[in-house]
Write a protein that binds this ligand. Structure first.
Ligand SMILES: *Cc1c(COP(=O)(O)O)cnc(C)c1O
Length: 396
């Protein structure tokens, strides 16, 4: 970062988010390089550039300066040696799985997962001869206990996890030796938690969500050691799910305001969670900032803030659940999270509709389960809207 000497005091991550990923260019906003390719100066340069994971001026599927600016910022925020951006969160997850695992390998993953990740592991890994064991992510010993020495290549966790915001003990996960450990930290961006600090090998985000933060960039990112990212790069350039320069520019734009957005979303989510706990139609509220959350203490230990997502169960089954999501007026019924607008989703009929009934209940999803991504509207308006929709569902 220009203007700061080696002896400057270390910056708070919120300040790093405002400045990281800006090189010596005098432009404050990242220059957008839509180009697919670059002039190669000499044959020797070309040979080197085609094999160097940190080269951003060879061919955009390999790397791109705008994408690299976002990757550099993410690596700094994660305190990682390197980061690689992808065209989506699933692009990142499938590249990690396919890039690091081979036929005959074994994966340990938690049962509570983003539905796309679960379907990839459950329906597609077996096609490639990769065996997957699902464990309870809230049991700190379950991951290690399921490891098959010499066979398990990857241990994959998500925390907080879809959709009930279960928390995985990052210290326990980070202490696992042998397999590569990966955490999908989408629900807790780098200002909230840093899995690598706990000894985890790879931290992964769908930057489509809070990092991009404006519902206008589809983007994924993986951070870790230069060695692991180099391995991943070898596959990623063939996998082809490279991040678009335009989306990377918007990902970087999102990082600039991540701190204030998270602070606001967490404050509103906390108030909303406490209000919902008192509502007669609400059976249960899951929010890591509530003392009633079964892992409240663990969340407090490893997260600086509880996040902008909460999940609750409405009494009255499918009718009450679907009535609620159709009755909200300010909040929007849409699938995603981490943006400016408060969004409500009914997982049983949307994100998790591909799951069988027993898989749904394993994932903790009932007919009245609602997930809320708290946005940036005034807290009073968000709470009033959710409460009026609940009252309408109660009358239905
Ligand atoms: C959305 C999401 C993904 C997938 O990200 P895309 O950008 O939609 O591909 C993965 N994991 C979690 C936890 C998510 O919320």
């Amino acid at each position: 970062m220009s203007g700061r000497s080696e002896s400057s005091p270390p910056l708070d991550p919120e300040s790093i988010a405002v400045h990281a990923g800006r090189d010596d260019d005098t432009s404050l906003a990242p220059p957008l390089y839509p180009t697919t390719t670059f002039r190669t100066p000499t044959v020797d340069d070309g040979r080197r550039m085609a094999t160097d994971p940190s080269e951003s001026r060879f061919y955009t599927r390999y790397g791109n300066p705008t994408v690299a600016a976002f990757e550099d910022a993410m690596a700094r925020l994660e305190q990682a040696e390197a980061a690689r951006a992808f065209s989506s969160g699933m692009g990142a997850i499938s590249a990690v799985v396919m890039g690091l695992c081979s036929s005959g390998d074994h994966i340990v993953a938690q049962r509570q997962l983003y539905a796309g990740t679960q379907l990839l592991l459950q329906a597609h890994c077996p096609r490639f001869g990769i065996d997957v064991t699902f464990v309870d992510g809230t049991d700190p010993d379950a991951f290690a206990a399921a490891i098959r020495p010499g066979k398990t290549q990857l241990v994959l966790a998500e925390t907080p996890a879809n959709p009930r915001l279960d928390i995985v003990d990052l210290d326990a996960l980070g202490s696992i030796k042998g397999p590569i450990t990966v955490v999908d930290s989408t629900f807790a961006p780098p200002l909230i938690q840093r899995p690598l600090d706990h000894g985890v090998d790879l931290s992964l985000h769908s930057a489509t969500k809070a990092i991009g933060g404006h519902n206008d960039a589809t983007l994924g990112v993986v951070s870790g050691s230069a060695e692991l990212l180099g391995w991943l790069w070898n596959y990623a350039v063939l996998h082809g799910a490279n991040a678009a320069p335009f989306d990377s520019m918007n990902g970087l734009r999102g990082l600039r305001t991540l701190g204030v957005r998270l602070e606001r979303q967490c404050a509103t989510a906390q108030r909303l969670a406490e209000t919902l706990e008192e509502h007669p139609l609400v059976e249960r509220v899951c929010y890591p900032g509530l003392v009633s959350h079964p892992q409240f203490d663990l969340a407090k230990r490893q997260m600086t803030m509880p996040g902008g997502l909460l999940t609750f169960d409405i009494r009255g089954g499918i009718d009450a659940g679907t009535c609620f999501v159709e009755q909200v007026k300010l909040a929007l019924m849409a699938t995603s999270l981490g943006g400016p607008e408060t969004l409500v989703t009914h997982p049983a009929t949307t994100t998790h509709v591909g799951l069988l009934p027993d898989e749904l209940s394993d994932a903790g999803i009932g007919p009245g389960t609602i997930r809320v991504s708290v946005g940036l509207e005034h807290a009073d308006d968000v709470i009033a809207d959710i409460v009026q929709a609940l009252d309408a569902a109660a009358r239905a």
